[in-house]
Write a protein that binds this ligand. Structure first.
Ligand code: ATP
Ligand code: MG
Length: 385
């Protein structure tokens, strides 16, 4: 009989004191939703959750999905048996390799079990050694730890490894943010980092069709689809910057292009945020990475909005960002060749240290600027993910 279970441990949520049940209820809902469609039973106990009664062929898929639920610390595949010591010994012996070092670590949440944890450790350790004489005991850094969980209600779980999950806080416990999602490496990682802290996301992608291709837009949508594995409620909208870029190109000095485009993006982002109940804007800027990400550039682009702008990558190096992007599965998609709207009418020498005064002066030259922004906002296109 297939008697495996998956033990789930939650992470930082346990620090929540009086608000614990609010966070825990959302976490439970997120787990239920994630495992939707897979035949299994979920048991939510104090401090630990268990997935039971699933098919053998679903085990890897359940683990894969649980690893994408923010708020979980780790999972272990365990074998289940009853309180009978001989049954526990049989499982423990079966799960210990024939050579190397080991230790037994018992936990009793059922305090009336006739043996205490130390006695269980010793008794089972002796029996394992008797069955597998090439093993040695190492209490400090064993190659294998046989964990034995004695639960209330007659269940005992035996397991060796814990697989690390995504950590963070449950999705939906930290408000909603508008993620500026390009087709690049950085912005999906920025979204992941905020989602990890429990924030729900709405993604906003700017394109400059027909200067940028339909494929470039599709690529951003594909990145959003990958992100939605971690952010179950992710929504997406696309906005065309074409008319605004053409106007900037026509009326302003070429080297102000990027700065002015980014100010337009931020104005549109603020309006879209307010329309969709987002309390902040999130982008993938990293200090000094490109001309538009110097302190001076960030100052003049940030100045057009009056809501928080979160830049979770601001202090990270590119290789650190890439490592996360590989881990979350967006990297391969991000490096597909694409044309971003920021590369349309790209000046040879973009401003590295723009000043507010000169930027505002250039912006004033753009005819019908407010109408252009308002039209772009009103034509925002919702995307089916
Ligand atoms: P990325 O790798 O995320 O594209 P980047 O290094 O290319 O970032 P920029 O092009 O200066 O940097 O963009 C900085 C941030 O502005 C991006 O991380 C993203 O949040 C936002 N952004 C840039 N282009 C777009 C776009 N086409 N649509 C939405 N947001 C964008
Ligand atoms: Mg980019």
């Amino acid at each position: 009989m297939f008697d495996n279970v998956i033990l789930i441990r939650y992470g930082e949520v346990y620090l929540k004191g009086k608000n614990f049940s609010y966070f825990e209820n959302i976490l439970k809902d997120n787990i239920r939703e994630k495992l939707n469609g897979i035949g299994c039973k979920l048991y939510f106990g104090r401090g630990r959750y268990v997935v039971k009664e699933y098919g053998e062929s679903d085990e890897l898929e359940i683990i894969r999905r649980l690893k994408q639920v923010f708020g979980l610390h780790s999972v272990s595949v365990a074998r289940r048996c009853g309180y009978d010591l001989e049954e526990i010994v049989a499982l423990a012996v079966e799960m210990t390799p024939d050579i190397g070092s080991f230790r037994v670590t018992a936990h009793r949440s059922y305090k009336k079990y006739p043996l205490d944890s130390l006695q269980i450790n010793m008794k089972i350790g002796e029996r394992i050694l008797a069955a597998k004489p090439n093993l040695s005991v190492d209490l400090h850094s064993p190659q294998t730890t046989i964990n034995i969980d004695i639960r209330e209600g007659g269940d005992v779980y035996v397991y060796t490894d814990a697989l690390t999950c995504a950590g963070g806080m449950p999705s939906g416990t930290a408000g909603k943010g508008l993620l500026l999602l390009s087709g690049g490496i950085d912005s999906p990682v920025a979204g992941y980092m905020m989602a990890k802290r429990g924030m729900e996301l709405t993604a906003l992608h700017f394109h400059s069709y027909p200067y940028t291709s339909q494929a470039a837009k599709e690529k951003a949508c594909d990145l959003a689809r990958i992100l939605s594995d971690y952010c179950p409620s992710l929504k997406m909208h696309c906005v065309s910057l074409t008319k605004i870029q053409e106007a900037i190109h026509k009326y302003c000095k070429p080297n102000y292009m990027i700065t002015l485009v980014r100010r337009a993006m931020m104005r549109i982002a603020q309006a879209v945020s307010k329309e969709h109940g987002c309390g902040c804007i999130i982008n993938g800027e990293s200090l000094g990475q490109v001309a538009s990400q110097t302190l001076e550039s960030i100052t003049v682009t940030n100045a057009v909005v009056d809501m928080p702008v979160f830049r979770p990558l601001i202090g990270m190096d590119k290789d650190e960002i890439i490592a996360i992007s590989e881990k979350i599965g967006t990297f391969k998609k991000s490096i597909e060749p694409y044309d971003d709207c920021c590369t349309v009418f790209l000046p040879e020498f973009p401003l590295i240290k723009p000043t507010m005064e000169k930027v505002e002066e250039q912006e004033h030259f753009i005819r019908d600027y407010d109408e252009l922004i308002a039209t772009a906002i009103s034509e925002a296109e919702p995307i089916e993910l």
